[in-house]
Design a protein around this ligand. Structure first.
Ligand code: ATP
Ligand SMILES: Cc1cn([C@H]2C[C@H](O)[C@@H](COP(=O)(O)O)O2)c(=O)[nH]c1=O
Length: 202
């Protein structure tokens, strides 16, 4: 049996990543693949409870990072690892790059601590492909403002998102074999064409 692959979607809030998840899942299903879509923080019953705390309650930045990785540990054990072992493909709306970008870049938690948590929680697993939906802050903010009541992260100021975006781009440059940076300022159909090409190449 062909082994499944692990694809993650990343970007600052409002970049447009969630818009494309069902499209990519459908592209894979059209090829006869079994696909699991999930998200972080969340993806399990415990993870969704942690998500509610993480998105709405103020906490120390290290508590925030630890809870992100606690949610991830449960997610890996209950959802991601069993799916990959079955040969399914897994698409996750955010994974560990978000911790580096938000807790590391945005909140300035040391990268050493994040590297240690990553090495503890998933020493041997990395996504096969990470799609980074990249937009300037103003574009992301305008998309969010049009939409919903902001959560704890979405209420952060522009410099937080500038640092978050920079850390995402820094990681994309550090791991070019895994990342594809998608210019998400373009119209949705244009982005979909690019995604079609990326998935075909995978
Ligand atoms: N390329 C695009 N052009 C115009 N609008 C877009 C584009 N992509 C997404 N949008 C719109 O922007 C809004 C935010 O998109 P989406 O929910 O996909 O963002 P997101 O990156 O997943 O945000 P979050 O991480 O906060 O959930 C939605 O209203 C969506 O329809
Ligand atoms: C996995 C993860 C997420 N976050 C932040 C990023 C977003 O602001 C929220 C999740 O909301 P979304 O609508 O699903 O994008 O959580 C984070 O700070 N650190 C993480 O590891």
């Amino acid at each position: 049996m062909a082994s499944g692959k692990f694809i993650t979607f990343e970007g600052i809030d409002g970049a447009g990543k969630s818009t494309h998840i069902s499209f990519v899942a459908e592209l894979l299903r059209e090829r006869g693949l079994s696909v699991v879509t999930t998200r972080e923080p969340g993806g399990t019953e415990l993870g969704e409870s942690l998500r509610n705390l993480l998105l709405h309650q103020k906490m120390h930045l290290e508590t925030e990072a630890l809870l992100m990785f606690a949610s991830r540990r449960e997610h890996l054990a209950q959802v991601i690892e069993p799916a990959l072992a079955r040969g399914d493909w897994v698409i996750s709306d955010r994974f560990t790059d978000a911790s580096f970008a938000y807790q590391g870049g945005g909140r300035k938690l040391s990268l050493d601590k994040l590297n240690a948590l990553e090495a503890w929680v998933h020493p041997h697993l990395q996504p096969d492909l990470t799609l980074l939906f990249d937009v300037p802050l103003e574009v992301a903010r305008a998309r969010l403002d049009a939409e919903r009541t902001p959560d704890k992260f979405e209420q952060e100021k522009a410099d937080f998102f500038a640092s978050t975006r920079n850390e995402y781009l820094r990681r994309a440059a550090e791991f070019p074999a895994r990342f594809r940076v998608v210019d998400s300022t373009r119209p949705i159909p244009e982005i979909r064409e690019e995604l079609r090409g990326i998935i075909a190449a995978l």
